[in-house]
Design a protein around this ligand. Structure first.
Ligand code: MLT
Length: 302
């Protein structure tokens, strides 16, 4: 009999994969393994009974990896399991930044119930006009599970896609369309692209990678999307570029104090992986990993 604890909401449909011999507990003192979504475990004191932590998601920045390593606690994540959910929201982000859909919807809300709303809308609609993404250049920084899906989907929408990933894995390379232009340095993406989207984890090399100098290399009027992590961007520098209009728009899935509510910034409250399908996929993968580890001693991170 094994016990598991969920430290925040993890898909019940996914958890139902645990066999009957696994019991859910509310007490960490009893748990053999932990499942967590985005809640931070950095302040957690892990009792000795905890053998593994599964992060139902890709990023592990909410897990104290060093502490876990010191205590011999195995950490799993679920790479790729929510990639489709994130990809779909990135595509929505491209469209939200290109057409004033949000402005238009707000206008309708403000005029709801008015007799003449249809006629008034016809008069107003010019100010909500936008651009199409077809034929525009998209730079994808990071071609892992999510970046590869975004790149392929953007190609299907008629965009010209540039990809940059110095650590491209063989698996991801196989999944990429041959129509993607692979570039050797970030500068080329900055110089060429009308839209740039970030799909890299936060590690020493990538923290703050979008700063004054990288921003200045980007085209005037570039649209920047960040559905990866807020720490990739130096917010002060980005704010400056947004104020001058050099960056036309910033779309992010990470609400932060500095950027939320600012002009030209579209903030989504970290919903990339918040779909029934992605949540279930992540929980299923996590359950399989934990079970395989507890019962067979296998450490498989896929
Ligand atoms: C991830 O890292 O995969 C996402 O942050 C998942 C989530 O929203 O839980």
């Amino acid at each position: 009999m094994y016990q598991y604890q969920c430290l925040n909401a993890v898909s019940e449909a996914g958890l139902s994969l645990f066999p009957e011999s696994y019991q859910r507990t509310q007490s960490m003192e009893e748990a053999d393994v932990l499942l967590v979504r985005s809640a931070s475990l950095h302040e957690t004191v892990f009792p000795d009974n905890v053998k593994a932590v599964a992060r139902a998601g890709a990023g592990v920045n909410n897990i104290p990896l060093k502490t876990c390593a010191e205590k011999g606690i195995v950490v799993f994540n679920t790479p790729g399991a929510n990639a489709n959910g994130v990809k779909e929201l990135v595509i929505a982000g491209l469209l939200l930044a290109s057409r004033d859909i949000i402005g238009g919807i707000e206008w309708v809300k403000a005029h709801a119930g008015e007799e003449q709303i249809a006629g008034a809308a016809e008069k107003e609609k010019k100010r909500f006009a936008g651009q199409e993404i077809e034929g525009k250049k998209l730079g994808v920084i990071g071609l892992g599970a999510i970046g590869a899906l975004v790149a392929n989907a953007a190609l299907h929408l008629g965009m010209e896609v540039y990809g940059y990933d110095p650590y491209l894995s063989v698996d991801s390379a196989w999944n990429l369309s041959r129509h993607i232009h692979h570039v050797r340095d970030l500068e080329e993406i900055c110089r060429e692209c009308d839209y740039i989207t970030l799909h890299v984890p936060v590690v020493d090399d990538t923290k703050g990678m979008i700063h004054r100098e990288t921003l200045s290399q980007m085209k005037d009027g570039v649209i920047l999307l960040n559905f990866a992590r807020d720490l990739l961007v130096k917010e002060e520098d980005l704010l400056e570029a947004l104020t001058t209009g050099h960056v036309r728009s910033y779309v992010t899935d990470f609400p932060t104090k500095k950027l939320s509510g600012k002009e030209r910034v579209i903030v989504i409250p970290h919903l990339g992986a918040s779909t029934d399908e992605s949540e279930e996929n992540c929980a299923r993968m996590a359950v399989r990993q934990l079970q395989d580890y507890l019962e067979n001693g296998n450490i498989v991170n896929s």
